[in-house]
Design a protein around this ligand. Sequence first.
Ligand code: HPA
Length: 248
Amino acid sequence: MKRMGLIGGTGLDHWGEPVRAHELTSDYGQPSSVLAEYDVEGLQIFFLPRHGTRHTIPPHAVNYRANIDLLRQMDVDAVLAVNAVGGIASHYSPGALVIPDQLIDYTWGRNHSFSMGADDDLQHVEFTHPFSANLSTKLAAAANRAGVEIAAHACLAVTQGPRLETAAEVRRLGRDGCDLVGMTTMPEAALAREAGLDYACLCVVANRAAGLDSELPSMEAIEVTLTGAMLNVRKLLTTLFEELSDGR
Ligand code: HPA
């Protein structure tokens, strides 16, 4: 792999001092930020913070199409997305890292496709397995090598936000078979598929989902959890980038 996209979520709005910043425009409007470029021993990384560099863009207002279009313009070989989520399955406690292999989309009213009008190419992309098995496997292997605990094979619910869920909504998500809940993987994953980009997701559990804990979810607690968990995410991604640059 030579070129890789990295989309940062809540808790990962910056990666470090870039070697270059690409101020690209998109036919789909304003992306979340300029694209920051990093070089890891020949592997070019293009980082885009989904919520903007000052974390001001809410999940339902992210311009997912412009963001994926930028990464497509940079001709990346794959995209890794980092997402803060709530844990529904009992073993997903705050701080856990999980690689989902399935999702259910509960979002609405977003621009879900690059095919939105009569003049666009109508695409019915195949989406049976929404995440790249190849990149997910590499991510799990890098976690093992980095000594970072990680789980795989989870189903992620993607809700509209920006509010958190009600307790009844979380119970329903659990009955639907969801293990995790976040707000930003859709339509991002489907747009990546339409753009022909391999896409995998790294979920960072920020809290127990609504109604599952004796405490109500609080933004302060979520922030503290994410600050700690992002140290593991950085360690894991640094190892992944080294391995990918080695051609593994
Ligand atoms: N629900 C949805 N999205 C989230 C949550 C949650 O509990 N925590 C972090 N992102």
